[in-house]
Design a binder for this molecule. Structure first.
Ligand SMILES: [Zn+2]
Ligand SMILES: [Zn+2]
Length: 175
């Protein structure tokens, strides 16, 4: 995911559109992985001191539902807004933050900016922390483990009032 900015150098305010569709290095949180190529489109703007990248990211991910543990696929969309500056990056731990936009500054050398890592980080920020196969997933039966969206099981999930426990035993002597 590289953009050649050589044609933007001469003029502050020059802008260039880009789009990519390709794989991305993994490193996603456990339980989530890419299910296909990542689509990125946007523009690079020469702001004078830096190059501002603005665009959007779209990817299909495979996740495991946090309630029913079923794998499912979901489209994740994330905004992309990053500032790139020419030069060497500062030492680790001293990340520079842009005074204009407040975002972290990325550094590049030569004519080509590599957006891959910025795309990856923005995508990770947009991933669900508790993936759900659907918003109202009923989850699993706590007794038999059956997926409750396939139908109710025969398990009795009871929350018996302890004061009534004696009465229940009296009415169900076989238990
Ligand atoms: Zn589910
Ligand atoms: Zn059950």
């Amino acid at each position: 995911m590289q953009v050649d900015i050589s044609e933007l150098r001469r003029e502050v305010g020059a802008r260039k559109a880009f789009s990519f569709c390709g794989p991305l290095e993994d490193g996603f949180p456990a339980g989530i992985s890419l299910a296909g190529p990542v689509e990125v489109e946007g523009t690079v703007l020469n702001t004078g001191p830096a190059y501002l990248v603005e665009g959007s990211i779209r990817a299909q991910v495979e996740a495991v539902c946090s309630r029913c543990l079923t794998p499912f696929r979901q489209v994740v969309e994330a905004p992309l807004r990053e500032e790139f500056r020419e030069g060497s990056p500062p030492p680790p731990g001293q990340d520079e933050v842009s005074e204009d936009s407040g975002v972290e500054v990325w550094f590049f050398q030569g004519d080509v900016m590599d957006l891959s890592e910025a795309v990856r980080q923005n995508l990770i920020l947009a991933l669900p922390t508790q993936p759900l196969c659907r918003p109202d997933c009923p989850g699993l039966c706590p007794v038999c483990g059956r997926r409750l969206d396939e139908g109710a099981c025969d398990c009795r999930v009871e929350d018996v009032d302890p004061r009534l426990e004696g009465l229940r035993r009296f009415l169900n002597p076989k238990e």
